[in-house]
Ligand binder design. Structure first.
Ligand code: EPZ
Length: 422
């Protein structure tokens, strides 16, 4: 049964929202538990669909876990199967994150190739090329990656910056024999937290947070993890700030790390918004007049591609022409035709979208296509007159914990309903 989200015009939000743990930190960190000799304890783990999918995959391999109230205890010592099956991997491409740890620990594994996804082909060629350089024998058979071999440290230069590619190699290198140098490494905060956790677990890692990371592997010696708190989700935080911006409201976010948001905050300021910051709280202040913006998505610490759709929704309310260039993924504008159905005035030319605002949006039925595009449709639905129904809303629950409750607490009028049969 499909569910959809009905949103009624909610032109003003107010109050505070607490940000959950970062999905894109939790996924590699949970995968890294494969490298542990005993049970590992993680706290502030977001209860979102993608985390539950990864736990289902690890259970399928033989791991045991207890996950309640954002507290995850996972024990992978009894893993007796190293095949990550298509049925699970096809539902979440980040399953590729078990490849590096499984190969490093067991010397062999079979991982289904993640299908493409709506936002692009998203190949994993760079992950495989790097593992081959570390001595792995890799073949692709019937849609599966067959990997085997004892991993040895070496120099790896990534042709493109890849977040999960960097994470896979950091985990593989942690148990390899000798020194691995990763050049052109991703610097996202989620990569940094993975390095910090592995360092605390006994791996000698240098250059954490930089684009050159050096890992001295333990040569097969399993790790002893310490209890760790997952960092707050900077994209969830950015999405709630975008909700405040599009309704020109004042709201406060609890549990954020402002430094992780710098690439986003600078664009909010360009549009006329301002902020009050202290330690881990952040308040966004309404703009006198929402100004248009120019955005190019780049790797961290630049403006993140995962906030592109949300800013496009805000730009529909800006006074003038905004321009957004998407440089990381080849097909990440699927929210454009849906926003235009609501009355936006957006045109696309290759990788560049041009948004003329302000547009009066009128509620309509729209279709979510991927996680972040769906959040952009919800934002637009807040200020569209009348009722907006966002279909295929399951995309949203992959990465946003308690989305509806958090928005209703801010004054948004929305509810989840079951699709009637067409
Ligand atoms: C991570 O995906 C995030 N997912 C994505 O978030 C995010 O959009 C992306 O990084 C970019 O920031 C997780 O961390 C689980 P990439 P990832 O490898 O690692 C190309 C969300 O909304 N590439 O950094 O898969 C690739 O096609 C998700 O939470 C290759 O060509 O992204 C893309 O164009 C969506 N070959 C670019 O590099 C490879 O082997 C960046 O991809 C790997 C990547």
């Amino acid at each position: 049964m499909y569910k959809y989200l009905k949103i009624n015009y909610s032109p003003k939000l107010k109050g505070t929202v607490t940000i959950s743990g970062a999905k894109n930190a939790a996924l590699p960190i949970i995968a890294s538990s494969i490298l542990s000799k005993s049970e590992v304890n993680f706290i502030n783990v977001p209860e979102v669909a993608d985390v539950k999918t990864l736990l289902k995959l690890l259970k399928n391999l033989g791991a045991e876990f207890k996950f309640e109230n954002h507290n995850l205890k996972i024990d992978t010592s009894d893993i007796n199967n190293t095949t990550a099956v298509y049925e699970i991997v096809k539902t979440m491409r980040a399953s590729i994150l078990v490849l590096g740890p499984l190969l490093a620990r067991f010397g062999h594994c079979k991982v289904s190739l993640p299908g493409g996804c709506a936002i692009g082909a998203r190949p994993v060629d760079l992950h495989l090329k790097a593992l081959k350089l570390m001595g792995a024998d890799i073949s692709i058979e019937q849609g599966y990656i067959n990997a085997k071999g004892k991993l040895k440290g070496t120099d790896i230069i990534f042709d493109k910056i890849t977040v999960t590619g960097t994470e896979n190699i950091i985990m593989a290198a942690s148990l390899a024999k000798g020194k691995t140098r990763i050049i052109n490494a991703a610097k996202e905060p989620e990569v940094t937290q993975l390095c910090e956790i592995l360092k605390d677990a006994g791996v000698d890692i240098k250059g954490i947070g930089s684009d050159e990371i050096i890992i001295y592997g333990t040569d097969g010696e399993l790790l002893e993890f310490k209890t760790t708190e997952i960092i707050p989700d900077r994209i969830e935080a950015g999405t709630y700030l975008a909700a405040a911006a599009i309704t020109n409201s004042r709201i406060t976010l609890n549990n954020v790390i402002p430094e992780h948001l710098e690439g986003i905050l600078v664009k909010f300021k360009e549009m006329g918004f301002d902020f009050e910051e202290n330690e881990r709280n952040l308040t966004i202040l309404p703009a006198k007049k929402i100004a248009p913006v120019k955005i190019v998505t780049t790797e961290y610490p630049g403006f993140p591609t995962d906030m592109q759709a949300q800013f496009m929704a805000i730009a529909t309310q800006a006074n003038g022409m905004s321009v957004i260039e998407e440089r990381l993924f080849e097909n990440r504008f699927m929210h454009v035709p849906e926003l235009n159905r609501l009355g936006a005035n957006i045109s696309i030319n290759g990788k560049v979208a041009t948004i003329i605002g302000p547009s009066k949006l009128i509620g309509a039925d729209v279709m979510a296509t991927d996680l972040r595009a769906s959040s952009a449709l919800v934002l637009a639905g807040l200020i569209a007159k009348g009722e907006t129904n966002v279909h295929r809303i399951y995309h949203l629950f992959r990465g946003y914990e308690n989305f509806v409750e958090k928005f209703k607490n801010l004054g948004a009028k929305m509810e989840i309903l079951n699709e009637e049969k067409p």
